[in-house]
Design a protein around this ligand. Sequence first.
Ligand SMILES: Nc1ncnc2c1ncn2[C@@H]1O[C@H](COP(=O)(O)OP(=O)(O)OP(=O)(O)O)[C@@H](O)[C@H]1O
Ligand SMILES: [Mg+2]
Length: 505
Amino acid sequence: MAAGTGHSPVLSLQGMHKRYGGVHALRSADLTISAPGVVHILLGENGSGKSTLLGILSGQTRPDQGTMTLGGREVRFSSPVDALAQGIAMVSQETAVAPELSVAENVLLGRGLVRRRLGLSWGRTERRARAVLDRLELDCDPRARVAELRPDQRQMVEIARALSSEARILILDEPTSSLTDDEVEALFRVVRQLKREGVAVIFVSHRLPEVFAIGDEVTVLRDGATVAAGPIDGFDEGLLVEAMVGADSAYGREAAPRSPARHDGTALTVRGMRVAGAVRDVDLEVGRGEIVGVSGLVGAGRSEMLEAIFGARPIVAGTLTVGGESFRPSSPRHSIERGLGFLPPDRKGQGLVLGLSVQTNLTMVQTIGRSRAAIPRPEAEWRRVAGICERMQLRMASPRLPVGSLSGGNQQKIALAKWLLRDPGLLLLDEPTRGVDVAAKAEIHAHLKAIAAGGVGMLVSSSENEELIELCDRILVMSRGRIVASLSQDEATEAKLVSSAGGHV
Ligand SMILES: Nc1ncnc2c1ncn2[C@@H]1O[C@H](COP(=O)(O)OP(=O)(O)OP(=O)(O)O)[C@@H](O)[C@H]1O
Ligand SMILES: [Mg+2]
């Protein structure tokens, strides 16, 4: 492998340009990895061009202009297979494992399956997969079906797959956006192991503290151009944020201090709720105007609880009220009619229809349970949509574009905006700001608080305790399907939340 020999950088991308119709995704983006075994952080606001640049580097996207050198030699990739052959592997923003296949099959998918004359040799396939898993020090049965794994384990399987081809540069596009703190630590152990082996890692994240924990050097993109780059030691959080948002941005405006609005009555009560295999003996209350957080490890039952309240998962026992009246969730449609909104954690699967336009996605739930006369006129609707989009710093060339063409963070904002337009009485939000950049996240939090102040109740699950502490009036901690603690905003600290969740090992 020629990469990293002599004095030339391992990798250098220069002057990359890419347009999609009227959208300038990249205009003069550069990125240089100085040495083997370096962790290179790629930062930028939602839509700034990170995934596009990484798509070029991994052979998925053809640039309109720009050059790429590997170990000083100019290269051009015609496909991901081509890039992989030259030692560049990518784990993309959305996980792409085949859930029905085994771990071994996923790890070796498309390249390493050991063939014999009459089919595959499962014994040897498994041994090869095991070797890759061992290298990453992953304790995971090669024969297990990927569908049975936790999300963090699935991600490790993806990384193992990327490495099964002896990659010298591994690209991780937002690997931590759906991981809890403990899982992030496990991922970092793997990254450090790769560093020792001389594998360079390009790492995208919107969480600045972890950027400093793992990064050696950094590149910052703004509006498709590189605006800052260099060793991470030369930056602090303030400098990075300023590079990302630009000096003239409104970011950093004092968020309005939240005076818990007093509203009579409850938005939601739950008594003795049980959900098969996931939730037991849950009692909780969300007042009108109150934001209640739900913390806990992955698998604690947070998502299942929200789904059940929304009528997307059967409730075995228990009683509920919504807006003070008895409520028996029977289907999502019924819940929407009763004034509930639900943002699922997985925007691709349940939250959005990627092939349809932004406009259609945003207005899809507006018609449910409303008489024709009550459905807002499109023009009036669009003024509100424009207002919400502006507050969330949603970037798109046109609302007629398919949602699938937006950047990951901007898709998330659409998934959330869709419910805000409906004026719900109770919002159930699972990972509301997954993949959203720091500036837009602060805006979304401020916006949610303003909506709550108008009398809406919210139940918010997040794997980021920091987010819950910032946003919520009260935080419930779940562990193994039960609520094990309830902390007011004043009492809640990350340490207390983690120790009540039983996450300390
Ligand atoms: N296939 C496509 N068709 C049209 N526009 C696209 C396409 N892919 C990307 N874009 C646009 O290019 C711009 C950059 O998107 P990109 O996905 O690279 O952003 P990003 O920095 O990865 O953002 P995020 O942090 O939200 O993931 C966005 O405006 C996006 O809508
Ligand atoms: Mg992206």
